[in-house]
Design a protein around this ligand. Structure first.
Ligand code: G1P
Ligand code: ZN
Length: 543
C-alpha cells in the first residue's frame, strides 16, 4: 500500500451550493471527477491529520463506489479515522448526529436528496463541518475555486475494503470503522422523545403507515418504529433503500407521495401517515384524509414542544425561512420567544442553533428540525408528532383544527413553474424587482400592499448579509405573495410562487386551500406576468 499522486485536469465544476455538488451519475463517473472535488475540499481543510471523518450516503447508485474513493483519499490526506455507515449508508441527519456524537472533524454526505437516482439519475456530494451542519459559504466557495485549477489528487492505492460488515479495518495508517448506520441516531431519538408513551399507544392498537419511498429512511424507520416502539410489521412501506428508489421520485409531498395520500383517504386508512425523502431529512405528515402543511406542522410542534422530554423546559425560539408561513410566528408570540425569519436553505439556521437563540426551525419545503442535529430531520419530526399524538390522545385533524381555532389558520400553497427557460425566468424576476417601489400602497384584488421588497437578511450572530433572497409583497391584512428562483434545480430555472392568507375566523377555516388563495393567485399573475414571460398558463407542481 502506498500513497500515489495522480495528475488530473481541472473541471468546470458547478458551484456547490448548500446542498453540495449535484450532477448526473454519468458526470460523476468521469475519471477524476469525484476525486477533483474531494481533493479541492481536502486542500482547504486545516489540521486534518489524525482527525475523524464521517462518510455515508443515501444508498443511491454510485454510493458504494464513491465511499471507496473517499476512504482512499482520506488516508492520503492523513485522517486518523473514518467512520462509515454499514454498506455506505447514513441518512443526512444521521451523518450530522454521528459527527457531533463522535467529535469528528467533519463529514461527507453522498446524496442528491429527493432527486431521482439510478444509473441515469442524479448523484451528489456535500461536506458538513464539525458542528454537524452544512459547510458555510466560505468553504464551499473555496472548494469551487480550487476545483477550477486543480491538477493533482492524492490517493492510497489500496484495494476496496469491506464496508458491508461491521468492524475495523486499516488503510495506510488510517483506521476505518464500519459502524451500524442506525444505532447512534436511534439513541439520540430515544433521548428526545417519550418512547414509553409512544410504545403504549402502539400496544393499544394505534396504526400508522410510514412511506420511506424506497430510500434511506427505511432502515431507520423500521428499527425505531417497528423495532423499539413495537409498531406492527408492515408499518413501514417501501422500506428497502434501493439504488434507484424503485424508479420513484423520493420527495415527500402530496404530488410525489400520492400513494400515501390516497391510502390515508381510503376506508382502511391508519391513524397516522408519514413519509421521508431520498436522504431522510424531509418529512410529510398526513392524518386521515388530512395532509398537514409543513408550515402548520412547525407551528404545531412549537406549540406542543413541552410534551417531548428534550423540550420539556420550553423552547428558546423558532426560526423559519422567509417563504414559510407565519403560523409559527403566532406561536412564538404566544410563548414569548423570538421568531427569526431567514433566507431559504438550512444553512441559515446553523448560527442561530449554535448560539442557542432558537430550538426549532423549519421550512415550507417539508423540512423541520431542532438543535439536536444541524440538518433537517424527517424521522425526528414524525416521532415528535407521535409523541404529541400519544400525549394528547387526539387525532391529527383534531390537533390541527384546535391549533387553527386558537391561533387562526394560515392558508398556504406553493406553485412551482419548473424547467422554465433560464433567461425568461431571469427577465421575469428583473421586471418584478424594477416595479417594486411602484407597488407599495397599490390596491390589488381589493387588498392594499404594505411592503414590496427584495428580502435581505443580516445574520444576527456573524453580521453577514444575504441579499436578493426573494421578492415579497406583504398586504395590510398580513397576506403574502413571494417569488423566488430555485437554487437546487438541475434543468433550466424553477420559479417558485408562495401564497399565504391568514384567516382568524373558525367559520371560514374549512375552505379548500386553492379556493381560499384565489385572489392572491390572481395577484401573482398580474404583478409578475408569469404567462407573458414564461408562456406557462399553469404551475407544474402545486403543493
Ligand atoms: C429547496 C427548498 C428549500 C430547501 C432546499 C434544500 O430549495 O425550497 O427550502 O432548503 O430545497 O432541501 P430551492 O430549490 O427552492 O432553492
Ligand atoms: Zn433531502
Amino acid at each position: 500500500m502506498s500513497i500515489v499522486t495522480h495528475t488530473t485536469t481541472p473541471f468546470a465544476g458547478q458551484r456547490p451550493g448548500t446542498s453540495g455538488l449535484r450532477k448526473k451519475v454519468t458526470v460523476f463517473q468521469q475519471p477524476g471527477y469525484l476525486e477533483n472535488f474531494v481533493q479541492a475540499l481536502f486542500d482547504g481543510l486545516e489540521g486534518t491529520s489524525g482527525q475523524t471523518l464521517v462518510v455515508g450516503g443515501d444508498g443511491r447508485f454510485h454510493n458504494r463506489v464513491a465511499v471507496q474513493v473517499i476512504i482512499r483519499m482520506a488516508a492520503a490526506q492523513g485522517f486518523g479515522r473514518v467512520l462509515v455507515g454499514q454498506g455506505g449508508i447514513l441518512s443526512t441527519p444521521a451523518v450530522s448526529c454521528v459527527i457531533r456524537k463522535h467529535g469528528a472533524y467533519g463529514g461527507i454526505v453522498l446524496s442528491a436528496s429527493h432527486n431521482p437516482g439510478g444509473p441515469d439519475g442524479d448523484f451528489g456530494i456535500k461536506y458538513n463541518v464539525g458542528n454537524g451542519g452544512p459547510a458555510p459559504e466560505k468553504i464551499t466557495e473555496g472548494i469551487y475555486t480550487r476545483s477550477q485549477t486543480i491538477t493533482q489528487y492524492r490517493s492510497s492505492d489500496a484495494a476496496n475494503i469491506d464496508i458491508e460488515n461491521l468492524g475495523t479495518r486499516q488503510v495506510e495508517g488510517m483506521t476505518v470503522e464500519v459502524i451500524d448506520s442506525v444505532a447512534d441516531y436511534a439513541a439520540l431519538m430515544a433521548e428526545c422523545f417519550d418512547f414509553d408513551a409512544i410504545r403504549r399507544v402502539f400496544a393499544n392498537g394505534f396504526t400508522m403507515r410510514f412511506d420511506a419511498m424506497g430510500a434511506v429512511g427505511g432502515p431507520y424507520a423500521k428499527a425505531i418504529l417497528e423495532g423499539t416502539l413495537g409498531a406492527p410489521k408492515g408499518t413501514v412501506v417501501n422500506g428497502e433503500p434501493l439504488e434507484d428508489f424503485g424508479g420513484h421520485h423520493p420527495d415527500p409531498n402530496p404530488v410525489n407521495a400520492h400513494d400515501l395520500i390516497e391510502h390515508m383517504a381510503s376506508a382502511d386508512a391508519p391513524d397516522f401517515g408519514a413519509a421521508s425523502d431520498g436522504d431522510a431529512d424531509r418529512n410529510m405528515i398526513v392524518g386521515r384524509k388530512f395532509p398537514v402543511a409543513p408550515s402548520d406542522s412547525l407551528a404545531l410542534l412549537a406549540a406542543h414542544a413541552t410534551v417531548a422530554p428534550r423540550y420539556r423546559k420550553g423552547i428558546a425560539g423558532i426560526a423559519r425561512s422567509m417563504p414559510t408561513s407565519t403560523a409559527a410566528d403566532r406561536v412564538a408570540k404566544a410563548l414569548g420567544v423570538p421568531c427569526y425569519e431567514t433566507p431559504t436553505g438550512w444553512k441559515f439556521f446553523g448560527n442561530l442553533l449554535d448560539a442557542g437563540k432558537v430550538t426549532l426551525c423549519g421550512e415550507e419545503s417539508y423540512g423541520t428540525g431542532s438543535d439536536h442535529v444541524r440538518e433537517k430531520d424527517g424521522l425526528w419530526a414524525v416521532l415528535f408528532w407521535l409523541n404529541i399524538l400519544a400525549a394528547t390522545g387526539k387525532s391529527v385533524e383534531s390537533l390541527v383544527r384546535a391549533h387553527w381555532a386558537k391561533y387562526g389558520r394560515n392558508y398556504y400553497s406553493r406553485h412551482d413553474y419548473e424547467a422554465v427557460d433560464t433567461a425568461k425566468a431571469d427577465a421575469l424576476m428583473a421586471a418584478l424587482r424594477a416595479k417594486l417601489p411602484s407597488l407599495v400602497g397599490q390596491v390589488l384584488e381589493g387588498q392594499k400592499v404594505a411592503i414590496a421588497d427584495d428580502f435581505s437578511y443580516t445574520d444576527p450572530i456573524d453580521g453577514s448579509v444575504s441579499s436578493k433572497q426573494g421578492v415579497r409583497l406583504i398586504f395590510e391584512n398580513g397576506s403574502r405573495v413571494v417569488f423566488r428562483l430555485s437554487g437546487t434545480g438541475t434543468e433550466g430555472a424553477t420559479l417558485r410562487v408562495y401564497l399565504e392568507k391568514y384567516e382568524p375566523e373558525v367559520a371560514h377555516q374549512s375552505i379548500e386551500t386553492q379556493a381560499a388563495l384565489a385572489s392572491l393567485i390572481a395577484v401573482a399573475q398580474q404583478v409578475a406576468g408569469i404567462t407573458a414571460h414564461t408562456g406557462r398558463n399553469e404551475p407544474s407542481v402545486v403543493t
